[in-house]
Ligand binder design. Sequence first.
Ligand SMILES: [Fe+2]
Length: 302
Amino acid sequence: MPGLAADALPWALPALAGAAAAAHAFRALTLDRIVEHSEEAFFSPRVPEALDGYRIALVTDVHGIGDGKLERAARRLSAGGVGLLLLGGDFHRDAERAARSIGILAGVRAADGIFAVEGNHDSRDALFPAMRANGIAPLLNSGARVRDGLFLGGASDPRAFPPEPSAAQAVSGAAPGDFVLLLSHNPDIAMSQPTAGIDLILSGHTHGGHVALFGLWAPALSLSKAVTSHGRRFMSGWARSRDGVPVFVSRGIGGCYPRAFARPQAAVVTLRRGPESRSEPRGGRRRGAGPSRPRKQPPAAP
Ligand SMILES: [Fe+2]
């Protein structure tokens, strides 16, 4: 028998590698071409009572998606009832296509409006006027009181400077007692900048690793610092900033294929008032934490 096992080994390894490659090819041709509409519950005692149940849609990394697919996603977001739509940057490089996608997203019904930040692939000189013309408010190290008790800041992109991103400047208009959101295309600023005073950070940029081996490890993130300096930490889902602030990273809705085990995503985060332990973002640790494994979403409330 030992001899039989030794004989099988040279065949077993290529067979396993072939099966893994086939699984990734299958995913890339099927599920990973379909936008996932995910629902995330975020509990915090800092959520004002009036905002308990408030729904925030996050659409990032639009580049590459077809107009029809984006229109379907926009209709579904409208039907789901959201208070706020946040656009996390990276539109199409082509200005005409970018303007069309902005027009489509501007049609999403969001009670308190639509706000956006730039991504590293964007030209703000073309993008921001198109946004304003469609009633979308671009944020560039600036913020807005979305409604009583809710302040939103938006950071510039670190790869599109100047200006250098400033999380502190973006949320400087928040009042004591506000629940403070920070929208930043690139999640790395959660590690490079102080984030104290921010309650929740929403980002995109990493595309879930784009091609992630069984969703666990993405060569583009782990073998290079071209996309992120923090490896898998911000691959997708929930992590924490260097100060322990929860960070949600969308895989992005875009259609830059192939994607494998990194399905395009439009997320809705629902704010819930309650102990954070009910939605403890897994995979992160408090100040000084090193890279950690991102998770799909906070555990469900008991
Ligand atoms: Fe992107």
